[in-house]
Design a protein around this ligand. Structure first.
Ligand code: AQP
Length: 336
C-alpha cells in the first residue's frame, strides 16, 4: 500500500515488543488484523516506545522488537497490503504525544486501571511514561485519523480516553481528528491466565505456565494446557464460577470455530483431562504455520529491514500531514 485509498476506512493497531506474543494477544488482537487488510487501509505497528515504560535490557529489547516485527508478518500481516512499521521510526507519534498530553487531565490518567496494575507490579519504577502511556496510545491512533482500532478488552479504557481527547481537541481547535471506534472480537477478547483464570493472560507474566506463547512447540503447549487450573467439577460446561473451564472453552471455540453448545456435546461424558488435551492439540496445530514462517523470516534480516524501513516512510507520509495541521491549529509558527 503506497498511499491510503481514500474510499476505504483507516485502521490502526499496535502491539508492544515486551516478549513473544501470547495466545491472548493473538486471539484477542493480532489474529483479527490480517482479515481486515483487503477491506480497510491498515496500519500496524510494533509499539516499542510503549515498552520503554517497563525496565528492560537494551540488547534483548532490540532483539525482541525485531522478533515481534517478524511475528506480525508471520501472523499474516502483508507489508504489500498494509503499512507495518516500528513506532520509534516515525517521529510523528512523539510529536503528537506532547500536544495531546497538554489536552489530557491528570485525573483522567489517574483512573486508568492498567496504570494502577502496572504500578503495583513495578513499585520501584512508577515512571511518568507509565502514567502517560494512554496519551501516546491516543497519538498512535489519532495521527492516522484511524476510524477503527482492533484491540482486546483490556485496551478499551485507553481507547475511550483517546476518543475523549479527540473530541476535546476538536471542540477547542476545530474539527481535526476522526473519533475512533474500538473493534473488539465477540469471542477471545479477554483470554485469561492458565494459572489464575481471574487474571488476563499477559506476555510479561512471571510464571511461564500461565501463558501459551505463539512460538511454543506442541509438547510445551499441551503440557501447559494439562496443567491449566480448573475447578473440582468434571463436566465441560460454560457456567458462572467455572473461570478456568470457561477460558479453555473460549480458546477452543476461537481456534475451532465451534460454539459453546457444540463443545459441551463433543465432551459430554468425557472428563477435563481429555478436553485439556484436545484444546492443547488444536491450539498447537493452528499455531504451527506461524512458527514455521517466523523461523523463515528471522533468517532473512535484509528483507525485514526493507519492510520496516519502507513501512516507517509510508507511515510518516500520512501522519506528518496531520501533525502539520495540528501544529497550525494549536498556534505553532509555520516553518515553511
Ligand atoms: N489476555 C488477552 N486477551 C485478549 N487480548 C489481549 N491483548 C493483550 N492481552 C490479551 C491484546 O493484545 C494487543 C496487544 O497488547 P499489548 O502488547 O500492546 O499490551 P497489553 O494489552 O498490555 O498486552 P500484554 O500481553 O499484557 O503485555 P504486557 O505484559 O507487556 O503488558 C492489545 O490489543 C490487547 O488488548
Amino acid at each position: 500500500m503506497s498511499e491510503a485509498n481514500e474510499s476505504k476506512k483507516m485502521i490502526f493497531s499496535g502491539i508492544q515488543p515486551t516478549g513473544v506474543f501470547t495466545l491472548g494477544n493473538y486471539l484477542g488482537a493480532v489474529r483479527n488484523w490480517a482479515p481486515l487488510q483487503d477491506e480497510y487501509n491498515c496500519i500496524y505497528s510494533i509499539v516499542d516506545m510503549h515498552a520503554l515504560t517497563v525496565k528492560r535490557d537494551p540488547i534483548a529489547f532490540r532483539q525482541k522488537t525485531l522478533e515481534s516485527y517478524a511475528l506480525l508478518l508471520a501472523c499474516g500481516i502483508d507489508p504489500e497490503k498494509s503499512i507495518v512499521f516500528i513506532q520509534s521510526h516515525n517521529p510523528s507519534h512523539a510529536q503528537l504525544n506532547w500536544i495531546l498530553a497538554c489536552s489530557t487531565q491528570f485525573g483522567e490518567l489517574s483512573r486508568m486501571t492498567q496504570f494502577k496494575d502496572k504500578s503495583k507490579k513495578h513499585p520501584d519504577d512508577v515512571n511518568a511514561g507509565l502514567f502517560t502511556y494512554p496519551v501516546l496510545m491516543a497519538a498512535d491512533i489519532l495521527t492516522y485519523n484511524a476510524d477503527l482500532v482492533p484491540i482486546g478488552q483490556d485496551q478499551k479504557q485507553h481507547l475511550e480516553l483517546a476518543r475523549n481527547i479527540a473530541v476535546r481537541f476538536n471542540q477547542r481547535f476545530g474539527e481535526t481528528f476522526v473519533v475512533p471506534e474500538p473493534y473488539i472480537p465477540k469471542v477471545g477478547a479477554a483470554i485469561k491466565s492458565l494459572q489464575d483464570p481471574t487474571k488476563k493472560m499477559s506476555k510479561s507474566d512471571d510464571n511461564p505456565n500461565a501463558c501459551v506463547y505463539i512460538l511454543d512447540d506442541k509438547d510445551t503447549i499441551i503440557r501447559k494446557f494439562k496443567r491449566a487450573v480448573t475447578d473440582s467439577d468434571t463436566v465441560v460446561k460454560f457456567a458462572d464460577g467455572k473461570d478456568g473451564i470457561n477460558n479453555l472453552m473460549t480458546i477452543y471455540s476461537c481456534v475451532t470455530g465451534k460454539t459453546m453448545d457444540e463443545i459441551e456435546s463433543e465432551f459430554a461424558g468425557k472428563g477435563y483431562g481429555d478436553f485439556k488435551i484436545a484444546v492443547g492439540e488444536s491450539v498447537a496445530d493452528s499455531l504451527k504455520p506461524i512458527r514455521d514462517d517466523f523461523n523463515r523470516l528471522m533468517s532473512d534480516k535484509a528483507y525485514l529491514k526493507e519492510c520496516y524501513t519502507q513501512g516507517a516512510q509510508r507511515a510518516f507520509r500520512i501522519s506528518n500531514k496531520l501533525v502539520t495541521k495540528v501544529s497550525r491549529r494549536v498556534g505553532f509558527v509555520d516553518v515553511r
